[in-house]
Write a protein that binds this ligand. Structure first.
Ligand code: ADP
Ligand code: 3PG
Ligand code: MG
Length: 400
């Protein structure tokens, strides 16, 4: 679906104007407090560069982590400034606070060719509360508003939906537009056969997504920890595997209804399991419904992998969310996810990957460039593909 909102390309006369830009720089930091993965910074560069080229002065704002409305030293945005300056090839000036004296001074001193970066938005409780006073203080910093924070577009926070109540024009950036247009392909008119791959940990987050894809896709392959809740629902024994008891009934309902969906539901038949009573890493392969006490399912097994690979090969479009095993726990449990990524990379199909951990699994395995789209959004991408409106997009100026 074409992006229904105005973008930075619809703006004119930007020379000397301050552009207040909401970005999603919620990046992982390593043990030294440095940016561990610059994907989200790189993704914001085209919009910021375009503003700079047009003579505007970008004032950037983002959250980092969940500091809970107060200053938490390790969540300062300062580590972002150096890698960002390198990517943009310009000076990035920071402030010690979000809307206080330091921020006001920094913004007032900014010159053409420089970029400003406010301190973490979530150091202020007004951000999550969407407080109007806080939003209006932020709005003071710009002559216009640009949102390029796709990863946060599902949050109705002050910097996302509050600021545009006080500041227009309010337009989208290139990342927001491209994420929207690519992800809605998987939502609205997927090429068929359309195969959905759903893994990851939390069935509570993913169950509505499973059902959405059972209604929309031709094949739905379910892996990851979610599969054990399904196994329990059909009477299997899953040992120490991760199960969400509150969702067993819901999983049972889906299983009982499985013939009525458009898509075929395919669940794992075997797993790589780990002995939770052993100090050393001890693994074996077991049938999914027969995992012994003290053993935990950590990856899909070889028979399941073959079954999944066979189903995937026919696909013309793929949507993938959630790794198929605990790839980040030990390399032994990354096998399923990596083999699936490798297969997808060689497929003549449009492959869209959504989800934070899924994207990093694909990047770690070295396949990110082979895919049609790897989303920078986790929750936002899932909400969009299952048909929810994203408040951070809705609020922007409509196309005339
Ligand atoms: P995404 O961020 O892509 O939406 P999730 O956050 O839902 O994905 O899931 C990622 C997490 O799921 C990873 O930390 C991974 O270790 C975990 N995971 C996947 N499969 C299993 C499993 N079988 N057992 C335990 N954890 C798993
Ligand atoms: C994300 O990383 O998914 C976004 O930056 C949103 O962060 P949040 O889940 O803390 O709101
Ligand atoms: Mg995750």
């Amino acid at each position: 679906m074409k992006f229904p909102k105005k973008t930075v390309d619809d703006l004119s006369d930007l020379k000397g104007k301050k552009a207040l830009v909401r970005v999603d720089f919620n990046v992982p930091l390593d043990d030294d407090g440095q940016v561990g993965d610059t994907t989200r910074l790189e993704a914001a560069v085209p919009t910021i560069s375009r503003l700079l080229e047009a003579g505007a002065i970008p004032v950037l704002m983002s959250h980092l982590g969940r500091p809970g409305g107060k200053v938490v030293e390790e969540y300062r945005l300062a580590p972002v400034a150096a890698p960002l300056a390198e990517l943009l090839d310009c000076e990035v000036r920071t402030a010690d606070d979000t809307v206080g004296e330091s921020a006001r001074q920094m913004v007032s001193e900014l010159e053409t060719g420089q970029v400003g970066l406010l301190e973490n938005l979530r150091f202020q409780s007004g951000e999550k509360d969407n407080d109007s006073e806080f939003a209006s203080q932020l709005a003071e910093f710009g002559d216009l508003f640009v949102s390029d924070a796709f990863g946060t577009a599902h949050r109705a926070h002050a910097s996302m939906t509050g600021v545009p109540e006080h500041l227009r024009p309010a337009v989208g950036g290139y990342l927001l537009k491209s994420e929207f247009e690519k992800l809605t392909e998987a939502r609205d008119n997927p090429e068929r056969p359309f195969v959905a791959l759903l893994g990851g940990a939390k069935i509570s987050d993913k169950l509505p997504v499973i059902e959405h894809f059972l209604e929309k896709a031709d094949v739905v392959l379910v892996g990851g920890a979610m599969a054990y809740t399904f196994a329990v629902a059909r009477g299997g024994e899953v040992g120490a595997s991760m199960v969400e008891p509150d969702f067993i009934d819901e999983a049972r309902r889906i299983l009982e209804n499985r013939d009525n969906y458009r898509g075929e539901l395919v669940l794992p038949v075997d797993n790589v399991v780990m002995n939770t009573d052993s100090e050393e890493l001890e693994t074996r392969v077991t049938k999914t419904d027969e995992i012994a006490d003290g053993w935990e399912g950590m990856d899909i097994g070889p028979r399941t992998l073959e079954m999944f690979l066979t189903r995937m090969r026919v696909a013309k479009m793929v949507f993938w969310n959630g790794p198929f095993g605990a790839f980040d726990y030990a390399p032994e449990f990354a096998q399923g996810t990596v083999k699936i990524a490798e297969e997808l990379a060689g497929l003549d199909a449009r492959v869209i990957v959504g989800g934070g951990d899924s994207a990093s699994a694909v990047k770690n395995a070295g396949f990110a460039d082979d895919f049609y789209h790897v989303s920078t959004g986790g929750g936002a991408s899932l909400e969009l593909v299952r048909g929810e409106e994203l408040p951070g997009i809705e609020i922007l100026d409509d196309l005339e």
